[in-house]
Design a protein around this ligand. Structure first.
Ligand code: NAD
Length: 730
């Protein structure tokens, strides 16, 4: 079984076809590279071969490098990675020079890449080493270099080649942001050379090979006097670009993503030396990035484990539970979003609200999003009609007849929820699973309103539903396996990432995010400069500072949650100091972004202006401000210790879910790979030491959980102890 095969036709054109057995998408492995190398050698050595087409036997060209291989490469150490990467460069460089005499640039054979569909990562780096890239007309195809999204950068020559092909400025969105384009867009951007109707792809590639002249094979950077488009670093225009790029990268990444810096260094330094030296620089930077624990943690969480969860790593044994007809109760913000993503996924939806007007408004939300899509050319009129046609907006519970899943998203009030639960269960058949989207009410308590508690479960979406990729599935005390399987199959249908947790206050995500917000507010009460709080959060990779976050989610919601939590916890309630600030803000009418007034000031149009100056008179700044590091440790530990407690308490049963859920659910410092990965990076002994310091200064909420202390004593890591699979803390 081989990944690549070659066939030479009567006209002397060799077609090398990439078709990895047993996979729906080609991915590159080291063994695959060796095969490709052998076939290229053979084609170049055979005098009867005039040129080569590299294409795919699948509907797409390639999804990229096998990231599992990259994760394993790290085990061999820096030298092994560097040597492996340089071998890859040699193969690609061989394709690029295609047997030509380097001095005269004569005698090479044309090599063309013919892409039937998606070409990502090494799937574009290989074509970039060819002499021409022709893609099939296929609006679904994605072309680009998404490596930066998982904490690495294009290390198969893509960085060096694209920077030299387009110039640093034009290559920046593709390299630094991982921008993907369809073939038309890729052609317009200069990423590829030609787009042809799909049925003419191979014929056109062959014509090009047969007609190619020697000059067509010489890359600009192999020609004498090559100048980088837009200017190299010491060119006046290039200088502006590179200085600007450096500032931009730092502004966007706050310096916490090693890959972005290394990428920029590879482009900058590479631009100052000949091409082959630039490839070596790229390989060195790439090696450094792969050796950085942040990159491997990002690959593990954002790629390997995220995919494992999406594929049902924690799905219990149960027959297929694909949802055919869905009932959504409550057509407010959440219900409307849930109806939209479900109808998009081809599911028939009955959207129910108390008044027809409210139900219609919920359906109109989908129409609005589809209209936006049409304006951007992403949605056709037929598609819009089709999706809207799947949503029935009504007040009539009888319409729930035949639904196999119900998601309830009515007001956060147990009485209202109990009432609709009973009504909906009576209307739907006995086999239907009932899910609640509650964010704060215990699932097991809500299940009391159900006649079939084993068919009752929590499916907790995040807002806005169409954008947020995480869905938290909550098992109540009596929830059965079929309900869990149903929820997981549903989440897979709507193409989101699930985590499955047990029922406890605030489940997992909110349990960790609330202490983060509270720690920020507590610091305001102590007289810490609010700008220090916000910047410390961003400088450690949080997308929003705690004060901005509470403004976004609304301060009255914070007040509501605080009151309910206090009522439930009584004397144990720890957040009095936080409530002083929160309740005072609410009394001032500063309810957050929606009121155009919160911890931040806003313009009339709703633009965030800066931190609100009215805080200082009420909470005067302390003369002694804490260090940046202390503020960061407080903000991180507030979340991370809660994640560890959730694991200890059996709310989380799998650290992979804890890490993936934290990044997708509330944007926990993605560079770290998640809270458990972060603890593994710094090590349990260091974490315990940080906690000790925080307890001495700020109180017992920073006490290291017993599990963490035990791991520090034994020298264990979370991924070492709890492995990749489901793991019980106890
Ligand atoms: P919302 O107020 O926007 O919508 C609730 C809808 O339920 C309203 O349209 C209301 O008319 C309808 N409704 C109320 N009583 C009803 C009844 N008896 N029968 C039918 N419909 C009824 O609220 P929302 O923000 O969409 O939240 C809904 C649920 O989702 C709540 O449980 C909330 O805690 C949870 N949730 C909210 C968020 C969020 O960010 N807003 C996130 C996750 C979960």
């Amino acid at each position: 079984m081989t990944d690549f095969t070659a066939k030479t036709d009567a006209d002397g054109v060799t077609t090398i076809t990439w078709d990895v057995p047993g996979k729906s998408m080609n991915v590159m492995s080291m063994a695959g590279f060796a095969e490709l190398n052998g076939l290229i050698d053979a084609a170049l050595a055979d005098p009867s071969v005039k040129g080569v087409i590299i294409t795919s036997g699948k509907k797409d060209f390639a999804g990229g490098m096998d990231l599992n291989v990259i994760a394993q490469m790290r085990a061999g150490g820096a030298q092994a990675i560097f040597d492996g990467v340089m071998q890859m460069h040699q193969v690609l460089r061989k394709i690029e020079l295609a047997g030509m005499d380097f001095k005269t640039k004569k005698g090479g054979k044309p090599v063309v890449a013919a892409l039937p569909g998606t070409a990502l990562g090494i799937g574009l780096e290989l074509p970039l080493a060819c002499h021409r890239i022709i893609a099939a007309e296929n609006p679904k195809a994605k072309i680009g270099l998404p490596e930066i999204m998982v904490g690495i950068f294009p290390g198969g020559g893509g960085t060096t080649r694209l920077a030299r092909k387009l110039g640093a400025m034009m290559a920046a969105p593709f390299l630094l942001e991982g921008k993907l384009s369809d073939p038309k867009g890729a052609k317009a951007a200069g990423l590829i050379d030609e787009v042809v109707p799909a049925d003419q792809l191979l014929a056109r590639a062959k014509d090009w090979v047969l007609a190619a002249k020697e000059a067509d094979l010489v890359k600009p950077w192999d020609e004498k006097g090559y100048k980088m488009p837009g200017g190299a670093p010491y060119h006046p225009a290039g200088f502006m670009t590179f200085v600007g790029a450096s500032a931009m990268v730092h502004g966007k990444t706050q310096g916490v993503y090693p890959a972005a810096k290394a990428l920029l260094a590879a482009v900058y330094e590479g631009a100052l030396v000949p091409f082959d030296a630039a490839l070596r620089i790229e390989a060195r930077q790439f090696t450094a990035v792969l050796m950085n624990p942040s990159s491997s943690a990002m690959i593990r969480s954002l790629f390997i484990n995220k995919e494992a969860l999406e594929k049902g790593a924690n799905r219990p044994e149960a027959p297929d539970q694909t949802v055919k007809k869905l009932g959504v109760l409550g057509a407010g913000m959440m219900g409307a979003g849930i109806a939209y993503v479900s109808a998009q996924a081809g599911i028939e939806v009955v959207l129910i609200d108390a008044a027809q007007e409210a139900a219609d408004r919920g359906k109109a939300y989908s129409e609005g999003l589809l209209d936006k899509g049409m304006k951007r050319g992403k949605v056709t009129a037929e598609k819009k009609a089709e999706v809207l046609g799947r949503i029935t907006a009504t007040t009539d519970y009888a319409a729930l007849d035949g639904v196999d899943l119900i998601v309830e998203a009515v007001f956060e009030d147990p009485k209202v929820k109990a009432e609709v639960t009973a009504k909906a269960e009576a209307a739907a058949g006995p086999g239907a699973i009932f899910a609640t989207n509650t964010s704060t009410l215990p699932i097991s308590a809500l299940a009391r309103a159900s006649a079939r508690p084993e068919q009752f479960i929590g499916i907790h979406f995040f807002s806005p539903v169409d954008k947020m990729m995480l869905v938290e599935i909550i098992r109540g005390r009596e929830t059965g396996t079929v309900a869990v399987a149903k929820a997981l199959d549903f989440v897979r249908q709507i193409r989101k990432t699930p985590i499955v947790v047990n029922d406890a206050r605030f489940f997992y995500a909110n349990r960790c995010i609330i202490p983060y917000i509270n720690e920020g507010i507590r610091m305001v009460a102590e007289g810490v400069e609010p700008a220090l709080v916000e910047n410390a959060a961003k400088l450690v990779g949080m997308p929003l500072g705690p004060l901005q976050l509470v403004d976004e989610t609304s301060i009255d919601l914070g007040v509501k949650i605080a009151k309910a939590t206090k009522a439930a916890m009584g004397a144990d309630y720890p957040d009095g100091a936080v409530d002083d600030v929160l309740f005072w803000m609410a009394d001032q009418g500063r309810l957050g972004r929606k009121a155009n007034a919160g911890f931040y000031a806003y313009s009339e149009k709703g633009e965030r202006l800066g931190l609100w100056e009215g805080l200082a008179p009420k909470y005067p700044l302390d003369k002694m401000q804490p260090s940046l590091g202390d503020v960061q440790h407080r903000l991180l530990m507030a979340q991370v210790l809660e994640a560890v407690r959730a694991l200890e308490a059996g709310v989380l049963t799998d650290i992979r879910e804890g890490d993936v859920g934290a990044i997708l659910g509330w944007g926990f410092a993605p560079w770290s790979g998640g809270p458990f990965s972060w603890l593994d990076i710094i090590g349990a002994p260091r974490a315990v030491e940080i906690c000790r310091g925080l307890v001495a200064q700020f109180g017992h909420r920073f006490e290291a959980p017993a599990l963490l202390r035990e791991m520090a004593e034994k020298g264990e890591t979370f991924y070492g102890r709890f492995g990749g699979g489901a793991a019980k803390a106890a």
